[in-house]
Design a protein. Sequence first.
Length: 295
Amino acid sequence: MTKILVIGESGQLARSLDGLRWPAGYDLAFIGRQHLPDGAPAAGIRAALEAEKPALVLNTAAYTAVDRAESEPEAAAALNAALPRALAEACGALDTPLVHVSTDYVFDGEKRSPYLESDAPNPLSVYGATKLEGDRAIEGTAPRRWAILRTSWVVSDSGETFPVKLLRRAQAGEPLRVVDDQWGCPTAASDLARTMQTVGLKLLDDEPAAVGLFNFRGATEMSWHGFADRLLGAAEEAGLARPPLLAIKSAELKAPARRPAYSVLSCAHIRQALGIAGAKIEDEIERMVRQILAT
């Protein structure tokens, strides 16, 4: 049996990986945050990998509370920077392929055309800065077979994701205020999981084209307000009374962390190199909405 080790076990991406159909002979094992060494020292991570003996490591663990990271920079850095560095060092020493997930928040949103992998990052937040530090640690200490998937606006029907929080408030009949000046591409966690699976298996097959940094995101560009409108439309069709939806500007929220106003990623590289393209979020919205309302 070929073991694939998933770092993280309770997040939406780890759950999506667990729900995939894997080829015969592959077995997934999960390590949660509570089982990781404090501060993710390289020696501790290497010991964990030596004990598990995985053929492939998929890192889904991250500190994703963007606003809270502003007041908890050390906690954010531990998961977003120190952990990827330790994984890269351990995977390099053991010649184990590594797939890691990054974020569009490494960019400042000033470009106003889709970001390429080669564009210079300029994060606006602690979250973005610590994720960038993790990316650079992997690139600088990269194992022989590694891939970083830089993605955006990951959503699902569980956890504290945007669709869940929005529809819970809608069920309570609350008026909704959502920003219309932040543009990006919602990415279904299930779609990202399938891409991690595909890239990871290609790394196991020693496919050179699968090594490196790749942008990957859902196929539909929209604002958060536009996404909210589509979620509420699907919810209305499912029988939920539609609450008022007001478009506001980011400055009105007075959020601790700044977000990029435009963070659409170009996926030309992953499409040309590996034949991978993101799905339209419309393909997932109805299913997500019905699941959220049912629970």
